[in-house]
Design a protein. Structure first.
Lengths: 368, 248
């Protein structure tokens, strides 16, 4: 480890670099990436740190190259990582689909920017669908963390490597450009792996200890065989939903209305909640931390006693759909979505809260 | 009595699914014989591409990973970098390597990635039923150029060895063929050299094998061999195109 990294201490660091250092600490042996704003600091950081550690760094020919290098490195049993932003993530989806089918552990980061298309380089959460629905072709999921500050970027990067290994599947952080770019104090925790991480000895390729030849593939031509593979994944996903769902609830006990927000939005929502409470509204906050698995059950329970929810997101109703799926018709789910770099202000949110509370019984407030 | 011919240990005793007269089987066998010769069975990892050889694991008796169409060079990079002790063999067709996988191929070659590439040039997309490949000859018909490849529409057949020749990271390039016992032996010699260079960590080493696809050329096996010799070898010159260890 580099002398300069003050593990255990509080430092000031950019979000993108904090993820890089966490990956180094977690034993990431290879980083593959292609430049794209607003995640460039991560690639640059890894280009230096990985070489300092005698590990692998490649600036690849494309995002497709990067994700397929991850596929190869994971198949020989080593921890590896790639990162990108929205247009680059679209290119990675092919590889992620193969990685999911072959049950390989790969960790990656999307520092989401405005889209669709080339869009812009402003912060956004508009890759929520792509991230939480699998993203590529086929029947699969990716574990998705939605951190809210630089500390969580660091912590969930470490956890992301562990969870990927534990369940042998693609695992990611969905951040936005604000989180990636901003500097914040964080404690550089020492990496402590989850207990009982499974050994890779029985499936990694190129290991002379395994006597019979092994096969890593996503091709299963016979229908029952491929259906069984997908069912096995499905059962794994159910277990993950049971074990790994994370969320935070703030002041929901007496709430008439609950804000639902993640990432950067959750921070603004929290300030708005405090202001609204000062103005006499009974407001709570529900923050999904894992976006897949989505905390549907706790939200559903909350919906039993709360009349209104207001989803605040940097996209036009993507997470809103999940909140509606989770809560059914038990509560009115309103939306304040901004997109392509638009950021909801604290006052905006308070105004939306009031509008939602004042709404008629059959009315849902969406982006007035 | 001396046993003069046996199944390589690196080959499984399996029934072939390839068509009669297909070149893939010969190429698989050459690879397996060399894996035995160099004692690599336990650390070899073959890459099965998307193409007719997608089930290479049915024949090779060593670890195999199947890559997405065209991505074998990137997958090979990820494996050989992370486990330099492994011996990675990227086996790819012409569509895989020279169309959809051009970027991965050129950049792996240019970085001098340390793995062997076996490139099967059969001038056609075999698996999908005979569409035009980047290596399809001018005038050669296929299901997607039914009147023959017209360069004004589809460009020219790519000579991969010549294309890669200028790249700094390339250690070895050669083109062989499977049209005669002599050329099979020459091809094996080229591939042996490629294996040696990769074992010596010299970098990217590719052997192109001009290979028949009777089924999608619409010929019987002898006709296909003759067409290969007459037409393909006229455009695809055999020999060594680069060898960084050769004396100048
Ligand atoms: C992304 C993607 N595009 C297209 C295909 C369909 N496909 C399967 S094999 C193949 C062509 C293979 O041709 P070649 O690489 O020349 O191998 P051959 O079968 O001739 O040995 C294509 C286009 C695919 N599997 N994936
Ligand atoms: S279609 Fe062509 S390449 Fe494929 S197995 Fe048959 S002869 Fe070989
Ligand atoms: Mg072909």
């Amino acid at each position: 480890m580099s002398e300069k990294i003050p593990i255990g201490e509080k430092v000031l660091m950019k979000g993108n670099e904090a993820m890089g250092e966490a990956a180094v600490q977690a034993g990431c042996m290879a980083y593959y990436g292609y430049p794209i704003t607003p995640q460039n600091e991560l690639t640059a950081y890894m280009s230096r740190r990985m070489l300092e550690e005698g590990r692998i760094f490649i600036q690849t020919e494309s995002e497709i190259g990067a994700i397929n290098m991850c596929y190869g490195t994971a198949a020989v049993g080593e921890r590896c990582m790639t990162s990108s932003s929205s247009p680059g993530m679209s290119l990675k989806q092919e590889g992620i689909s193969y990685i999911a089918s072959a049950s390989l552990p790969v960790f990656f980061v999307n520092v989401n920017r405005g889209g669709p298309g080339l869009g812009n380089i402003a912060p956004a959460q508009s890759d929520y669908f792509q991230s939480t629905r699998g993203g590529g072709h086929g029947d699969y999921r990716v574990i998705v963390f939605g951190p809210t500050n630089v500390q969580e970027l660091y912590d969930f990067t470490m956890l992301g490597f562990d969870v990927a290994d534990k369940y042998r599947m693609p695992t990611m952080i969905l951040a936005d450009g604000i989180l990636g770019q901003m500097m914040e104090p964080l404690v550089l925790h020492e990496y402590k792996p989850l207990p009982d991480l499974p050994s890779k000895a029985d499936w990694r390729l190129g290991d002379p200890a395994t006597k019979d030849p092994l096969l890593v593939t996503s091709l299963v031509l016979d229908v029952p065989g491929m259906e069984q593979r997908n069912l096995d994944l499905f059962h794994k996903y159910e277990e993950i939903t049971k074990n790994e769902t994370r969320y935070e609830e703030v002041d929901t006990d007496d709430a008439d209305i609950v804000l639902v927000a993640y990432g950067t939005c959750a921070r603004i929502a929290r300030s708005a909640m405090e202001q609204a409470r000062e103005e006499g509204m009974k407001v709570g906050l529900f923050r999904p931390i894992t976006l897949w698995p989505f905390p549907s059950d706790p939200l559903s329970k909350l919906a039993d006693r709360v009349e209104h929810m207001l989803v605040v997101e940097l996209s036009l109703g993507q997470m809103w759909e999940d909140v509606r799926l989770a809560t059914g018709l038990k509560t009115k789910v309103h939306l304040h979505g901004r997109t392509a770099g638009g950021i909801p202000g604290q006052a905006d949110i308070v105004e939306h809260l009031q509008k939602a509370l004042d709404s008629k019984s059959d009315e849902i407030v969406r982006n007035f | 009595m001396e046993k003069v011919f046996a199944m390589p240990e690196a080959m499984k005793d399996a029934k072939t699914l390839y068509c009669p007269g297909c070149g893939h089987g010969v190429a698989h066998r050459i690879v397996a014989e060399l894996v035995d010769e160099f004692g690599l069975r336990e650390k070899a990892i073959g890459i099965a591409p998307v193409g007719c050889s997608v089930f290479a694991d049915l024949y090779w008796n060593f670890d195999v990973i199947s890559a997405a169409h065209g991505r074998a060079a990137a997958v090979a990079t990820g494996m050989s970098r992370a486990k330099p002790d492994c011996f990675v063999i990227s086996y790819q067709g012409d569509g895989d390597l020279a169309a959809i996988g051009t970027a991965e191929t050129v950049h792996a070659a240019n970085r001098g990635e340390n793995f062997v590439t076996v490139f099967i040039n059969n001038a056609i997309y075999g698996m999908t039923g005979g569409q035009m490949a980047p290596t399809t000859l001018v005038g050669q018909p296929s299901t997607t150029c039914q009147l023959g490849r017209d360069p004004s529409i589809a460009g020219y057949p790519i000579r991969v060895c010549e294309l890669l020749q200028t790249l700094g990271g390339v250690a070895y390039l050669a083109r062989g063929s499977v049209d005669s016992p002599k050329n099979v032996m020459a091809t094996k010699k080229y591939l042996r050299k490629a294996f040696q260079l990769v074992l010596d960590k010299k970098g990217y080493s590719l052997v192109e094998i001009v290979s028949p696809c009777p089924t999608n050329w619409g010929m019987n096996p002898p006709e296909a061999m003759k067409w290969l010799k007459d037409k393909m070898l006229d455009h695809y010159e055999l020999g060594v195109f680069k060898d960084i260890t050769a004396e100048s």
